[in-house]
Design a protein around this ligand. Sequence first.
Ligand code: DQA
Length: 153
Amino acid sequence: MKKSSNLHKILVIHGPNLNTLGKREPEIYGSTSLSDINKDMAKDGKQLGLTVETFQSNNEGDIVEKIQKAAGKFKGIVINPAAYTHTSIAIRDALLLLDVPIIEIHLSNIYKREPFRHKSMVADIAHGQISGFGVHGYTLALEAMARLVTQRR
Ligand code: DQA
């Protein structure tokens, strides 16, 4: 196991309403809580050589500020902007400040759902998108990020 000082620091941002995972529309988003997702990511991250910091907010401005402050501190960003995916030019613009890989993630397959969810403000500035794999998507995102930050493409 690597010493924590050697681990690559990754920020995972969870957007609005994701704090209610487990209770919220479980037929779409599953029954796992956000705190369980975060615990699993901490474990998976360690195995992959990553330190995972997580942040959740229901407020667009708080997410923008967190992204602004992330500059220079993290090797990569994994973001589920939730409903802001489809609306937020402010989050997109903040992400454009960063020069680290960005992975966009959604629990549900947004392209199988209502047409207003088919548009993502982030997709074209992200390295890639993971959509439709439920909570397993977070493991996939960390695996992909570990490859990106260690240049093992
Ligand atoms: C979501 C999809 C969004 O359309 C929705 O607003 C969410 C969650 C997902 O993870 O599937 O809140 O980002």
